[in-house]
Design a protein around this ligand. Sequence first.
Ligand code: BTN
Length: 273
Amino acid sequence: MDALPELLPAPAPDLAALAHALGPLAPAFGIRWVEHCGSTNSALLEAPPEDEGKIHVLAAIRQTAGRGRRGRQWLAWPGASLTFSVLWRFAPASSAPAGLSLVVGLALARALEKLGVPAVALKWPNDVLAHGAKLAGVLVELLPGRYAAPAAVIGIGLNMRLPADAVIPGQPGGVTDLAREMGEPPTREHLLAAILAELHPMLATYERAGFGLLKNAWQQRNAFANLPVRISGEGADIAGICLGADEDGALLVRDAAGVRRVLAGEVSLRPAS
Ligand code: BTN
């Protein structure tokens, strides 16, 4: 594991400004913003707060063991990214949350578009890109069977201001941050409020109607629509044309054998060279 950069003091988040930015949605959320923790996802998975009818959000100024998909680290530099997790409890009769990470990506994309970030696109299943480079990632983990209703921990990491010498491996399109994409990024409180304000209604729609109702909005932002891609991992090695996502959030790729359906497990998508 790479050595983590030194912990530097960071200003405390302004929770009053966050509540103000959330406006009428503020009472719907129970938000804790800690100075540091290992991983906000792990913290919510290991000790989920009681269900008091609020949507619990745990944000950390800095994570010391942030996790990404496929066993990767989410690297931390002080003030470099907004990192938080949301504990979403589904209604009792909800079925398996197919396509959830795509819905979260879509909410992120919409929030960023409204903030004026240009050229936002989605890379199946969980990345948000700007000008083709990774701006944010989503890690959804389920809390199976511990509750009457299924629950998901939705982790989001969004690059705000990466150090100039930051090296983040495994990103074929490179990485970017809000400072590069929009000059002066909004405050982290404003940014978190903007994301939660998109996530809240979108998760409600998803819970009611599934990914199907949001599919077209996702397809419109698909970074690889009709482009050659390669899918690898979990024994899969598929090269073909990216047709987009289906009603369950699976990726459809057309190759010589026909249309293949790829589920969002530990696979990765790359542009085919
Ligand atoms: C990815 O791009 O592979 C997903 C990255 C998800 C990172 C976020 S940061 C907040 C939350 N806590 C974690 O440990 N991971 C997620």
